[in-house]
Design a protein around this ligand. Structure first.
Ligand code: HEM
Ligand SMILES: [Cu+2]
Length: 559
């Protein structure tokens, strides 16, 4: 695909516009960039911790860090990647796209939006600073199960565990406020003619994910506050020796944290649904089913959390019930995967960087999903629970699928966000390093887990060394892969060629406005006359707006 180049800056490009990103700003587009860049910085920190973990695991013996520090490394790695990378990045990309895609001028509550963002950096810095405490950071994994989380590190009122809890509560409140904003925006801010079944699938996915935040996140935030009371204020909600019940914590934790898995994955599915049609120049196959499947996945995912607790003395009726519901998620998920495949089937593919990342991510989701269904089977899970098989499974999802989708999104909307083109060669280099690195890192974990290597250990039996060496080398390659990405992003934003409004010839309202869009997104409120993804369908361009569309447009303009 070739794209035309614009010679001069679009008229709306503010002078020195980088300054807007360092200020308290209520423009959803600036907030979006703030979220995404902040999340990426946390991704680099989380990645650094991962490389330390992999450096320790390259040999069976304990030789790089001591055990408490190793515990801290994997605890903060997981926490950062989930709560400071994927979730805030999704808040960022959704912030950018949702108002543009539904033809709104901003989010429903711009001030609340800015406040939600500004809670993330202090939350994250607080978390990371806990490494500096005398007894170190939290050590009980990203689940923070009691009683372990109440035992180490012990002692003084300000300890790693306490900072971990406080920072997660801050981030949690930010996400709940964000969810209120997204749901309200999608329900009430759509442009004339933008009915629910004209919304792009990305908007459906964002809606489903944010509904889950709204329904499930309060359970975790509440549980964490109880945990803090147990830790520092002498209550015994979760202390087994004092009639507390640690299993209740597990339920509250997974009641949020399984849906969290889909809060992370749904926007990625939405990204695939935008990128795959654009680069195969085909309408999205089964648009309505894919849109509704987002809600279906969200709904079922509320009822599967006990599959993380099959070995927590869970009664057998409960195991069977949750085994069934967990397998049920595969149905709407399968609808999605089928839709993506059928979209690109037999079409002429344009293999630019966003498409490579989308196809790579969607393909690797196959392995992530299939290993998930395997784990949902109780007899299988009992054998591999707490082994590297689980670590392999969820990394095929969180890295190989979701992080790949995030990169697809960054490249795809980079011209829109910055008004400049990225460098294609560097993008492709980034893709291949990432794709190869990701598989080298995470594939060996599946056989290692099946052979019995347990997770969260810093030294292991020498029989597992070969797989671990491959995995560690892959992880270092992933570290290297971010270098061309960063160089490309910074260099292209500063010196890249100017981008036209719609460099990919994509459909979707965001491509009808300038790159970057003006403060209120559109020169005039659009009236939507066509379904999304009408690639190559001339029929729709002749429908004229009706009288009531015009009326509604005037109302919005005057408000
Ligand atoms: C779609 C995106 C998915 C994501 C992001 C995801 C993510 C995760 C994560 C993070 C864990 C690890 C929890 C932990 O032990 O620390 C996990 C475990 C698990 N996943 Fe998935 N998963 C996905 C899909 C699935 C599917 C489709 C199923 C089943 C139908 C599934 C079933 C399981 C099970 C049973 C476990 C627990 C294994 C154990 O701890 O023994 N997952 N998943
Ligand atoms: Cu789960």
């Amino acid at each position: 695909m070739t794209h035309e180049i614009r010679e001069t800056a679009p008229p709306n490009e503010p002078e020195n516009n980088w300054r807007q990103y360092f200020k308290f700003n209520t423009d959803h587009k600036a907030i979006a960039v703030q979220y995404m860049v902040t999340a990426f910085i946390f991704f680099l920190v989380g990645g650094l911790l991962a490389m330390l973990i992999r450096a320790e695991l390259i040999t069976p013996a304990l030789n790089v860090v001591d055990r408490p520090l190793y515990n801290g490394l994997f605890t903060l790695h997981g926490t950062i990647m989930i709560f400071l990378w994927i979730i805030p990045f999704n808040a960022g990309i959704s912030n950018y796209l949702v108002p543009l895609m539904i033809g709104a001028q901003d989010m429903a509550f711009p001030l609340l939006n800015a406040i939600s963002f500004w809670m993330i950096p202090p939350g994250g810095i607080l978390l990371i600073s806990s490494f500096l405490l005398p007894n170190g950071t939290a050590q009980s994994g990203w689940w923070s199960y009691p009683p372990i989380s109440l035992q180490i590190p012990p002692g003084q009122p300000i300890n790693g565990e306490c900072l971990w809890i406080i920072s997660l509560v801050i981030i949690g409140i930010s996400s709940i406020m964000g969810a209120v904003n997204f749901v309200t925006t999608i329900f009430w801010m759509r442009a004339p003619g933008m009915s629910f079944f004209r919304m792009p699938v990305f908007v459906w996915s964002a809606l489903s994910a944010q509904l889950l935040q709204l329904i499930n996140l309060p359970a975790l935030t509440g549980a964490l506050i109880l945990l803090l009371l147990d830790l520092n204020f002498g209550t015994q909600f979760f202390k087994p020796l004092e009639n507390g019940d640690p299993i209740i914590y597990q339920h509250l934790f997974w009641f949020y944290s399984h849906p969290a898995v889909y809060i992370m994955a749904l926007p990625a599915f939405g990204i695939f649904a935008e990128v795959l049609p654009a680069f195969s120049r085909n309408p999205l196959f089964g648009y309505r089913s894919l849109a509704v499947a987002s809600l279906g996945i969200a709904l079922v995912s509320i009822f599967v959390w006990v599959h993380h607790m099959f070995t927590s003395a869970t009664p057998s009726w409960m195991r069977i019930l949750f085994m069934f519901t967990s397998m049920l998620v595969a149905v709407p998920t399968g609808v999605k995967a089928f839709g993506w495949t059928a979209t690109i089937w037999k079409s002429k593919l344009h293999l630019e960087t966003p498409m490579l990342f989308a196809m790579g991510g969607a393909a690797m989701f196959l392995l992530g999903g299939v290993t998930g269904v395997m784990l949902a089977a109780v007899p299988f899970d009992i054998h591999v629970h707490n082994t590297y098989f689980v670590v392999g499974h969820f990394h095929y999802i969180v890295f190989n699928t979701i992080t790949m989708a995030i990169f697809a999104a960054i490249y795809f909307w980079f011209p829109k966000i910055t008004g400049r083109m990225y460098a294609e060669g560097w993008g492709k280099l980034h893709f291949w390093l990432t794709f190869i690195g990701a598989n080298l890192t995470f594939f060996p974990m599946l056989p290692l887990g099946l052979q019995g290597m347990v997770r969260r250990i810093s030294s292991y039996d020498p029989q597992y060394q070969d797989g671990n060496v491959i995995s560690s080398l892959g992880a270092f390659l992933l570290g290297v892969s971010t270098l061309p990405f960063i160089a490309n992003m910074v260099g292209s934003w500063l010196y890249g060629q100017r981008a036209v409004n719609n460099p990919w010839h994509a459909t979707g309202l965001e491509w009808t406005t300038t790159s970057p869009p003006p403060r209120n997104n559109f020169a005039e409120i659009p009236v939507v006359k066509r379904p999304p993804y009408d690639y190559g369908n001339p029929k729709y361009s002749v429908i004229e707006p009706t009288e009531s569309d015009e009326q509604r447009r005037r109302e919005i303009w005057e408000r």
